[in-house]
Write a protein that binds this ligand. Structure first.
Ligand SMILES: Nc1nc2c(ncn2[C@@H]2O[C@H](COP(=O)(O)OP(=O)(O)OP(=O)(O)O)[C@@H](O)[C@H]2O)c(=O)[nH]1
Ligand SMILES: [Mg+2]
Length: 448
């Protein structure tokens, strides 16, 4: 694999910036980069370092600086970034302090914050692109519940269309029962926009992330059952997914983020994916590949709240991390999974696997795990997410609730209809695939 490749990341809003910090925490640990940006001498001779230049740029002081732009208007969030552990590697050229707040309203994010800060955002982003030889992917990390990130990310994407890269969004969306009223609107507008510009969107929700963290932490830290599960902790789960997706580019592995994405989206628009990474709390050391493989196909093994038993898998990418991985063994485990889980009948081999032979890093305890799996998958159960978003959106919209906040902030009323149409279309497309999942595959004479 060519390593004159880079991956850029935009972290927007509180969620994006905080999750971004955990991502670089993990990447620093994986590449042996200290928080002052230097290669750790102890790690320097280790194969673990591999290709930091994919996600870090080396500056004139030999420091490795994240290839990222962080944007928010919340000073406390940016202060933690600029004056916390990363203070030596987060330079002002990586950060945009938005001059206005979006106050939780997509329309303010889109029409006010994005307009007021557009020159600075594009300048910083353009510089970051120009530092790359061959930027192959642009990741967006954010939540679609708030106003700032959901409003500005789509406008940024419109302007960066001239660059050739894969656009990948990692998005924390509201859980159906906990969403505040206007979060439904923010989320629908963002989903409508993202379906245009993002090649794939990975859905996370905090209810699922908390559940996963709670399931694992007591098991390993039984003496500290009252341990507080914070954003800091659940963002670790987002970081593992980011790391798992990009590790092929950052190491000697024979797969890349593009290999993964091109195997995941069978039809245009069917690009709203789920993910799961075996939580790297120190509990998996003794587990075999097949036990781990079975674990990632359990019904709750998803970073978003969907019932995997109520739907079918379309496609699945699995990245196995760890030394001594045996492909034959993995293939056998996946064959069993294929026989015992619901897969769409007309994609004969729904798996794309990659092996990253490096030893995975555990952030929680800062030691190395033996084995880990990252799973990114396209599953028809996300129909339910879009159906319930569409239903709640329509209820609010029918009564014209909260619409004025969006309209006085410059949103064209036609965008309400457009967003509703778009999310209902996504829900229907996944639902149709679910209904058709058991149809017999085409006969030989019909193929080709
Ligand atoms: N997983 C996770 N979720 C977060 C984090 N911070 C905020 N959230 C969730 O994100 C949603 C709000 O999104 P924010 O990122 O705060 O919104 P914003 O883009 O800053 O926009 P404003 O609301 O206008 O400030 C809420 O549902 C929060 O629960 C975080 O660090 N991690
Ligand atoms: Mg905010």
């Amino acid at each position: 694999m060519s390593h004159s490749q880079e991956i850029l990341t935009i972290c927007a809003g509180q969620c994006g910036v905080q999750a971004g910090m955990r991502i670089w925490d993990l990447l620093c640990a994986e590449h042996g980069i200290t928080f002052d940006g230097h290669l750790n001498p102890a790690a320097e001779n280790d194969k673990q370092i591999d290709y930091p230049s994919v996600s870090f740029e080396e500056n004139l002081s030999d420091q490795w600086i994240p290839r990222a732009v962080f944007i928010d208007c919340d000073e406390s969030v940016l202060d933690a970034l600029e004056n916390g552990v990363f203070k030596n590697i987060i330079s002002p050229k990586l950060v945009v302090h938005a001059r206005e707040t979006a106050d939780g309203c997509y329309a303010r994010g889109k029409n006010l914050v994005s307009q007021l800060n557009k020159e600075e955002i594009y300048d910083k982003l353009r510089t970051r692109f120009e530092e790359c030889h061959n930027c192959i992917a642009l990741f967006n990390i954010s939540s679609s519940c708030g106003g700032l990130a959901s409003g500005i990310l789509p406008s940024i994407q419109e302007k960066t269309g001239g660059y050739k890269y894969e656009s990948i969004s990692l998005n924390v969306f509201p859980h159906a029962f906990t969403a505040a009223p206007v979060e439904i609107y923010n989320n629908a507008f963002y989903m409508n926009a993202v379906s245009d510009y993002s090649d794939i969107t990975l859905l996370f929700d905090n209810a699922a992330l908390y559940r996963i963290a709670e399931d694992y932490i007591p098991a390993v830290q039984s003496k500290k059952r009252d341990i507080e599960i914070t954003y800091f902790k659940i963002n670790e789960l987002i970081a593992y997914v980011y790391s798992g997706m990009t590790c092929g580019n950052r190491s000697n592995a024979s797969f890349s983020v593009k290999f993964l994405t091109s195997n995941l989206v069978p039809y245009r628009g069917i690009s709203f994916l789920s993910s799961y990474a075996t939580p790297n709390f120190p509990m998996r050391r003794e587990l075999s590949n097949s036990v781990l493989t079975n674990h990632v196909f359990e019904k709750n093994s998803s970073n978003c709240s969907v019932d995997l038993e109520k739907g079918s898998y379309l496609t699945t990418c699995l990245v196995y991390h760890g030394p001594n991985m045996c492909l034959r063994n993995i293939t056998q485990s996946l064959k069993k999974i294929h026989d015992t889980n619901e897969f769409i009948s007309w994609i004969p081999n729904p798996f794309k696997t990659g092996i990253d032979f490096r030893t995975p890093v555990t952030m929680s305890n800062n030691f190395f795990e033996e084995r880990q799996i990252t799973k990114i998958f396209n599953h028809t159960s996300v129909a339910h997410i879009f159906e319930s978003l569409d239903k709640n959106f329509k209820i609010l919209d029918k009564m014209r609730c909260f619409r004025h906040w969006f309209i006085i902030n410059g949103l064209d009323p036609s965008e309400f209809e457009e967003a509703s149409y778009s999310i209902s279309l996504i829900g229907k497309a996944y639902s149709a695939l679910h209904s058709a999942a058991k149809e017999l595959p085409p006969k030989d004479e019909d193929v080709g």
